[in-house]
Design a protein around this ligand. Structure first.
Ligand code: PFF
Length: 461
């Protein structure tokens, strides 16, 4: 094993590490995906399963990725060369590049919806909600969503806008700027979600909404829902595809990898729960369907703010901050193929960014909305949007996570691993490391395999 501590750039402090990592983790996954998946999969039991996955699979895989990144100071493919691993292990990096593209195909589409909602809120499209009855308001926001994302021109334009903005930022390479943006705006988003929650908790359906979110009813939990919870844990924490290997490669020598993983997982989970707390009371107050699918966020949040002073201003701020969270997450996604094309294929940064954006747009435009132009095309029972989401979150990321846990649990040199996890013996965490290695060897891979086999029907319990 080689201790390759070259003079590569690192984040400036532990706090910067925390915010940059959180900037990748917090995104549409918390505000858009988590609530609608909870809604589709029956509520509390899904939430509990999700947290078990974060704890037993997410955190161990996060620590493993940070270890691979920081000890090699390389990208997700090159890191395995530094560790002198057999070429097979590089497939984790290659699959990561593919996963990043698959996620961007639909993520950029949803980011486009969010951007369009900033514009709609500024135009005052939601001002009339204040004078409508609850039922009328619920019908109004639903149809506004269908019109906004089901059209044949505007959703494409917004998706192109989202990809263009991300490409320009990546081209400019304003890493420091991104660090600063996340540091100031993530706390602001946090405060705004708390305001949403406070408002939502004053609604009539608050009790019902909270009990849907927090009371587990395991009769509603299917095998495929368990796989979705696992996939969501990977998607949420940006795991299983090398993003956290890359981020780990910028960590400082002093960062405690266990503490960073736990803090990021905890903060990220709090944001998801707050988003759920803001959304489900609205669902039950306005008589909506919790399983409304990907439109849930867009059909509920305008209602949260509809009848309060400065509601429209808060709505504009909410969608602007959500756009920013989506953008910082997209930057970390796009950086995976861009870094690969530059470092492994010898391309210039400009070429790599243009190629990546072109790929995302050419294929991604197919996903623009399940009900739009390509909505009728069905492959393996799924439209393009669901197909890319399913393949990346439920198949590729868990397989990437399985390979990472096997690699770190069985293949890598344990002295090297212990040295890295204890920061060269300066942290007093021998017991923790031992526990971690055991979890990674037995529990994490076993859970991944069982959930997988169960969801495809090979085993049943
Ligand atoms: N974690 C992001 C979210 O929850 O929105 C999505 C994401 C970003 C997934 C970066 C994967 C990744 F590499």
């Amino acid at each position: 094993m080689v201790d390759n501590k070259n003079n590569r750039e690192t984040f400036s402090s532990g706090l910067a590490v925390f915010f940059a990592t959180l900037g990748s983790a917090v995104g549409l996954g918390n505000i858009w995906k988590f609530p609608y998946m909870v809604g589709e999969n029956g509520g509390g039991a899904f939430v509990l399963t999700y947290f078990i996955c974060v704890l037993l699979v997410g955190i161990p895989v996060a620590v493993s990725e940070f270890y691979i990144g920081r000890s090699t100071r390389k990208n997700a493919v090159g890191a395995f060369d530094v560790l002198k691993a057999k070429p097979f292990w590089k497939s984790i990096g290659y699959m990561g590049v593919l996963s990043a593209l698959f996620i961007m195909f639909f993520y950029s589409s949803v980011a486009g919806w969010v951007f369009s909602y900033v514009f709609k809120a500024i135009k005052g499209d939601f001002l009339s909600l204040a004078s409508l009855s609850m039922e009328e308001a619920a019908v109004n926001v639903s149809s506004q969503f269908d019109i906004a994302v089901g059209g044949s021109v505007s959703p494409f334009v917004w998706q192109i806008t989202a990809v263009a903005i991300v490409s320009i930022i990546i081209l400019a390479g304003v890493k420091k700027g991104i660090e600063r943006i996340t540091k100031t705006l993530l706390p602001l988003l946090f405060i705004l979600i708390i305001i949403c929650c406070i408002r939502a908790l004053t609604l009539e359906g608050a009790r019902q909404g909270l009990s849907f979110l927090f009371r587990p009813d395991f009769s509603k939990l299917s095998a495929s829902a368990v796989l979705s919870a696992l996939g969501l844990a990977f998607f949420k924490l940006s795991l299983g595809m090398g993003t956290m290997i890359t981020y780990g490669s910028y960590f400082t020598e002093k960062d405690n990898l266990f503490a960073t993983s736990a803090r990021v997982a905890l903060s990220d989970s709090i944001v998801s729960l707050l988003a759920g707390t803001a959304i489900f009371p609205v669902v039950f107050t306005f008589g909506m369907e919790p399983g409304a699918g990907p439109g849930l966020l867009f059909k509920t949040i305008p209602l949260v703010f509809s009848k309060i002073p400065f509601g429209n201003l808060l709505l504009i701020a909410f969608f602007i901050l959500t756009s920013i969270a989506a953008t910082t997450a997209m930057l970390s996604l796009v950086e995976v193929p861009v870094a690969f094309f530059i470092e492994e294929k010898g391309m210039s940064r400009n070429k790599a960014v243009i190629l990546t954006s072109a790929l995302i747009l050419i294929i991604g435009l197919l996903t623009v909305h399940p009900k739009s132009v390509f909505g009728n095309v069905v492959i393996a029972g799924k439209g393009f949007f669901d197909l890319f989401d399913y393949l990346s979150s439920n198949i590729m990321l868990p397989i990437g996570g399985l390979l990472i846990s096997i690699f770190v649990g069985y293949v890598t040199n344990k002295d090297h691993l212990s040295k890295e996890l204890s920061n060269n013996g300066t942290l007093n965490n021998k017991g923790m490391i031992k526990f971690f290695i055991n979890v990674l060897r037995y529990l994490t891979p076993a859970l991944l395999v069982i959930v997988f086999l169960n969801s495809i029907g090979i085993i049943n319990f």
